[in-house]
Each structure stands twice: as C-alpha cells, then as structure tokens.
Design a protein around this ligand. Structure first.
Ligand SMILES: Nc1nc2c([nH]c(=O)n2[C@H]2C[C@H](O)[C@@H](COP(=O)(O)OP(=O)(O)OP(=O)(O)O)O2)c(=O)[nH]1
Length: 141
C-alpha cells in the first residue's frame, strides 16, 4: 500500500531517546550511518528490557559513555512518525541527560555524524527527526 494515498498497517517501535545537554548548554544530535535525519541518541528497546536499561545500553553503544542515575531525568513518553522507517511510529521513553563537565564523547561505528546544537538557535539547517522537534520543545527550547 504505497503511492495511492492509502494508509497501510502502522507498526509501533518502542524506543528510548535522550535529550543530551552538555555543561555549556549545547544539545547533542546524532545521525546514524546510512540515514539522513539528525536525532537523539537512543534506539529500540529490546524484548523484556526496561526502558532505563535500554537508555544505558544505547548510550554506551553509541557514544561510549556510562551514565550514572544522577545524570538522568525522565521527560515522559512521546509519540511521533519514525524518522527512518515508513509506516512506523515511535513510542519513545524520553530522558534528559546532563553530561558532567569534561565528559568525553566517543563516537561509535553506527554513527556517521554528530552535532552540538545551540538550543537558542533555530535548528533548520539540519534535517531533524519529527520526535527531535517535539523533544526540543518539551525540553524547554
Ligand atoms: N535513536 C533514535 N531513533 C529515533 C528517533 N526518532 C525516530 O524516529 N527514531 C526512529 C529511527 C528508527 O526507526 C528507530 C530507532 O531504531 P534504530 O535502528 O536506530 O535502533 P537501534 O539502535 O536499536 O538499531 P537496530 O538494533 O535496529 O540496528 O526509531 C530519535 O530521536 N532517536
């Protein structure tokens, strides 16, 4: 069902998404290998996995940082069209992550690019995943 305006079956992806804030107030967006949109660090929650455990796992897999509970705050659940997969929506558990000063980000293989955006600046220059637009607003920017 595509190209005729009909809506096919929609699949929901359960994901975690991190609104990552550096000590100077800049926010981290990443672009995964082979994809176009910038988005939050995160990814799919595995079957039987708790959302917080998924956040810790994805964070370490993507940027090489082990988070402490004190660095993390729950933002809530957000729904949005999935950025990279047509006919999918995301059901995202979103968290604010405040990086301690001096935290080194080590970009891992699945990421192609990362940017530190100034949340006061319009982010129109980057193609943003729909969820990221909502999260930037929800995070107060
Ligand atoms: N990580 C992340 N994924 C997002 C965001 N917004 C959004 O639509 N998505 C979508 C993109 C993908 O369709 C899906 C995440 O899947 P993924 O493939 O990146 O997750 P993963 O790291 O678990 O990868 P894999 O095991 O499937 O290879 O959620 C976001 O802000 N962050």
């Amino acid at each position: 069902m595509s190209g005729d305006g009909a809506i096919g079956p929609i699949t929901t992806l359960r994901i975690v998404a991190a609104v990552v804030e550096r000590a100077d107030g800049r926010h981290l967006l990443v672009r995964k290998r082979g994809t176009q949109s910038f988005m939050q660090v995160g990814g799919k929650i595995e079957p039987g996995e708790a959302p917080l455990a998924a956040l810790l796992r994805e964070f370490e897999e993507e940027v090489g940082v082990r988070l402490e509970p004190a660095d993390i705050e729950i933002l809530g659940r957000f729904g949005a069209p999935a950025a990279n997969e047509p006919d999918h929506i995301v059901d995202a558990h979103a968290y604010r992550v405040r990086l301690r000063p001096g935290t080194e980000i080590a970009v891992q293989a699945e990421l192609e690019e990362l940017v530190w955006i100034d949340p006061a600046d319009p982010v129109a220059s980057y193609p943003l995943a729909p969820l990221s637009r909502d999260l930037l607003v929800a995070a107060g920017h």
